[in-house]
Design a protein around this ligand. Structure first.
Ligand code: GDP
Length: 296
């Protein structure tokens, strides 16, 4: 269960507030202190945490909650709104091209869940009436190509590969006319990852981007890696420019730090979340629903 500790701690703080009649400034300060500790322990970025607490406090002052009755509901609502904001505010959808095919490029570090997510995304988009084409651009890992082919077969979604070709830029480029002639309206390009961010990886991704002009570049990040996911997101965004994130492994016991920091730090939203290893384990990300999951 992800966010378990954070969830428990916030709920405990709320319970204390609800137990009071009038709220004093000290009661609110106490609750905020508890929330601050909970966020930091959940590995939320320090500056993000500080800012969050500051905003809640300012809003509480603005709403004149101190000394008034039933103010706990107001404070709890402020926290809920701010948490939703931290998770991205409103839902962010992927851009769909006015003229097909829409080109989606998936990038990320090795092991983040890119190839699995490519399959999951194809499944989700197919369910929404689209005709996806998967493109095997992770040429350095033959297993990734096979993995994608297996997923494609399972989903009845075609997979574009070029046998023996070691040039991912060429493969991505060639996949576009293939998609057009096979009436596929969404092209999902799986790209190579590396264990660490390096110039070779970024150069390759920049070259693919320059050649195919994706409508959407989505970074796949692993929620379990906490602040490393946030650091990776900043690096990818600076070097390549990304449109959003898919955060995987939110079914694990991730403490929550990555999900709660990544939008504030990078300015880019989470668009989908991975919630199981299975092919149906990808969901559109709704910040308000997620905030409720943590707080209710
Ligand atoms: P890649 O190297 O980025 O292409 O990563 P893979 O797609 O091969 O995935 C790495 C591992 O993470 C695999 O064992 C996947 O089954 C697993 N995985 C991917 N997404 C999720 C998820 O949302 N939840 C869980 N529990 N496992 C996931």
């Amino acid at each position: 269960m992800p966010f378990e500790s954070l969830s428990e701690r916030f709920q405990a703080a709320f319970k204390k507030l609800r137990g009071k009649g009038k709220l004093s400034e000290e009661d609110v300060s106490e609750a905020l202190k508890e929330m601050r500790r909970a966020l930091l322990e959940a590995d939320v970025n320090f500056a993000v945490t500080k800012d969050f607490i500051k905003r809640v406090r300012e809003k509480a002052v603005g709403e004149e909650v101190f000394g008034s009755l039933n103010a706990s509901q107001t404070v709890i609502k402020i926290v809920r709104d701010e948490l939703t904001e931290l998770l991205g505010g409103t839902q962010s959808r992927i851009a769909i091209a006015s003229k097909p095919p829409t080109i989606v490029m998936l990038v990320g570090l090795q092991g983040a869940g890119k190839t699995t997510t490519a399959g999951k995304l194809a499944r989700l988009l197919k369910k929404q009436g689209k005709s996806p084409l998967l493109v095997a651009g992770d040429v350095y890992r033959p297993a990734a190509i096979t993995q994608l082919q297996v997923l494609g077969q399972e989903l009845d979604v075609p997979v574009y590969t070029e046998e023996g070709c070691q040039d991912p830029v060429k493969i991505a480029k060639d996949a576009i006319p293939y998609a057009l002639s096979h009436l596929r309206d969404i092209v999902i390009i799986d790209t190579a990852g590396r264990l660490h961010i390096n110039e070779v990886l970024m150069d390759e991704l920049v070259n693919i981007k320059g050649e195919v002009h994706p409508h959407e570049i989505l970074l796949v990040v692993d929620a379990m890696t906490g602040q490393d996911a946030v650091t990776a997101a900043s690096a990818f965004d600076n070097a390549l420019g990304i449109d959003g994130m898919i955060m995987t492994k939110l079914d694990g016991d991730a403490r929550g730090g990555a999900a709660l920091s990544i939008k504030a730090v990078t300015g880019k939203p989470i668009k989908y979340i991975g919630v199981s290893e299975k092919l149906d384990g990808l969901e559109e990300f709704h910040p308000n629903r997620y905030a409720s999951r943590i707080l209710d």
